[in-house]
Design a protein around this ligand. Structure first.
Ligand code: SF4
Length: 123
């Protein structure tokens, strides 16, 4: 089997809504403006997909606190070759946020693992 594995860890924010004692990162407080604008993240993700990165992981800080996190996920979620990961503390995962995530690859990939007729790919 010819299988390429290329992983991108992408720190999309340095802001965090927690203060874990074991955290080794010097995070920015919530009041700090985002350092990376959406277009920089979008163009980086497009470049990564063109270079066949097929595992993309969003890190922080806390990546889910970005106002544009759904737009960021949408950049990659339409690509069936990309396995998407979000490292999160789940502090702000309310129902509305969860519904947005259900529509994308993050949740769909988990659900598809029980479907044996499509090799775990999209429904
Ligand atoms: S949630 Fe993560 S980034 Fe934030 S303080 Fe805790 S370990 Fe650090």
């Amino acid at each position: 089997m010819d299988y390429k594995f290329r992983w991108l860890d992408f720190k999309i924010t340095n802001r965090c809504n927690n203060n874990c004692v074991y955290c080794g990162v010097e995070n920015d407080p919530l009041s700090t403006p985002e350092k990376l604008p959406f277009n920089v993240i979008k163009n980086t993700l497009i470049d990564a997909m063109e270079e066949d990165f097929n595992y993309i992981c969003f890190l922080g800080g806390e990546p889910s606190i970005r106002d544009d996190i759904t737009d960021i996920i949408n950049v990659v979620s339409k690509n069936p070759k990309v396995h998407l990961r979000l490292i999160t503390n789940l502090k702000i995962f309310n129902e509305d946020t969860l519904r947005k995530f259900v529509r994308n690859l993050v949740i769909r990939k988990v659900l598809s693992s029980s479907n044996t007729t499509n090799n775990g790919e999209d429904y």
